[in-house]
Design a protein around this ligand. Sequence first.
Ligand SMILES: NC(=O)c1ccc[n+]([C@@H]2O[C@H](COP(=O)([O-])OP(=O)(O)OC[C@H]3O[C@@H](n4cnc5c(N)ncnc54)[C@H](O)[C@@H]3O)[C@@H](O)[C@H]2O)c1
Length: 444
Amino acid sequence: MSTFSRRRFLEETSKLAAGAGLSTIPISESMDIQKKADANDKIGIGLIGCNNMGWSNLREHLLLPEVECIALCDIDDAVLQKRAAEVQTLTGKKPQIYKDFRRLLENKQVSAVIIGTPDHWHCLNMVYACEAGKDVYVEKPLANSIEECNIMVAAAKRYNRIVQVGQWQRSGPHWQSAIEYVQSGKLGKISLVKNWLYYTSHKELTPVNDTPPPPGVDYDMWLGPAPRRAFNANRFHGKWRYFWDYGGGIMSDWGVHLLDMAFNGMKSNTPKSVMSTGGKFSFPNSAMQTPDNQFTTYEFDDYAITWEHVVGSTPGYYGNNYCGVAFVGKNGTLVVDRDKWRLLPEIENAQFLLPAMPEQKGSNKDLSLHVKNFVDCIKSRKKPVCDVETARNVAVNAHLGNIALKTGRKMYWDNANNKFVNDKEANNHITPIYNNSWKIPRVL
Ligand SMILES: NC(=O)c1ccc[n+]([C@@H]2O[C@H](COP(=O)([O-])OP(=O)(O)OC[C@H]3O[C@@H](n4cnc5c(N)ncnc54)[C@H](O)[C@@H]3O)[C@@H](O)[C@H]2O)c1
C-alpha cells in the first residue's frame, strides 16, 4: 500500500472510530501525486457515477486523443458492468472498476475525475478528489446546498485544482454571441430577463411502495450523507432530483443552466431580493416532492430576472422550444435557447429599432467544446470557462429560489457575509445535516 493510500486508510479508519470530521492530506503530498500524473502523456480519467450524464461526459472526453479512461465507479453493479463493457468496446481497454469512490481516488493513474453522481454527493466526491490531487469535472448544480458550494470553492483553491462544472452552455458559441449582443447595449435598456422550462420528462411519478434495494446496489453508498430511509424506486436513478434530500427539483436542475446565461448577460448575480411561489399544480398526486410549477423573481435595481418551470406542457414563450432565455430591451427582445438565438425588434414610427439579423444557429457541439476546454485547462492550468466560483454563484441563486419557496417569504441574501438578512429560519437552510457517519468536509 502506498504512503498515500495508507494514510487515507488510517484516516478513514480513525474517522469512523472517532466519528471525527474529514482531516486533510498535506498539500505537498497531493502535489506529488499531480506531478506523477503530469509525467504521463495521457490524462487518465476516472468516472464516478456512470449512469446517465456521467457517461455522456466520459464519452465526450474519450473523443479527445490525450484522454484515456482508467477507472469507473458506481454503487450499482448493473450500471458499472454495462459501462465497463462499453468502455472496452470504445477504447479496447478494460477500465478498473470500483464501488467506493475513495478507492478510485487512490489510483495514481487517475489524474482527473468526472463526477456524475446525484447532487447530494457532489461536495464529498469533489472535495475528496481535490484532496487526492485530481482535477475535477463535476456536474451541475455544483451542490445541493449553499454551504457545500462554498466548501467546494474553498477546496479547489486550497488544493489548486482545475475544476470545470457541467454548465456546458458556457462553452456554446451561439450562447456566447447572444451574450455579447446583450452586452453591446443594442437592445437598449433591459427591464426583464425571462427564463423558462416547459417540460414533459418524468411528467408524473406514480407513487410506488418501498422495496429492498435491487441486487448489486450498495444502497448505503447511494444514500451517503442523506437521511436514512427505505429504498424507493421513485427516488433512485434519474428521479432523485425531485426529492429534497438529493436535489433541488427543476429550480436547481435546469435553473442553473439558464439562469447562468441570464446573470452572465446582465453581468450581475447578486439580486437585491428573491421571491418564489409554486407547488404540485400540474400533478397533485405525483410522488415528486419538489414543485412541478415554480415561479421565482430575482429583483435588481432596475430590472428583474424571472425563472419559471411547468411540468406537463411543452410550448414555451415566443414560439420557442421547451426552454429559453429572453432579454427584454427597449429596442427589442433577444430570445435564445439551446438551438439558436434571434431578435424580435420593437417598431416605432414604422421603423424597426434594431437592424435586421438572421437567426443565429447553435453548433450542437457545446458539450464537446466544454469538455475540450476542461482538458485544455488541465494542461495549461488556466481557469476553465465554468469554474467552481461561477458555478457556485448561480447554484446559490437557484437555492435562494428554493429557500424563498420553502419559507414563503421575500429573501434578502447578504452574499458578502454568506447569510440571509435577519432571517433565522432561512439561515437554517444554508448548511445541510449530514447523516450515516458522513461529515460535511472542512477545508482548512
Ligand atoms: N449538464 C447536463 O446537461 C446534465 C444533464 C443531466 C444530468 N446532469 C447532472 O448529472 C448528475 C447525475 O445526474 P443523472 O441524470 O446522470 O443521474 P443518474 O441517477 O442517472 O446517475 C447517477 C449515477 O450515480 C451513481 N451513484 C450514486 N451515488 C454514488 C456514489 N456514492 N458513488 C458512485 N456512484 C454513485 C448512481 O448509481 C447512478 O448510476 C446530476 O448532478 C445532474 O444534475 C447534468
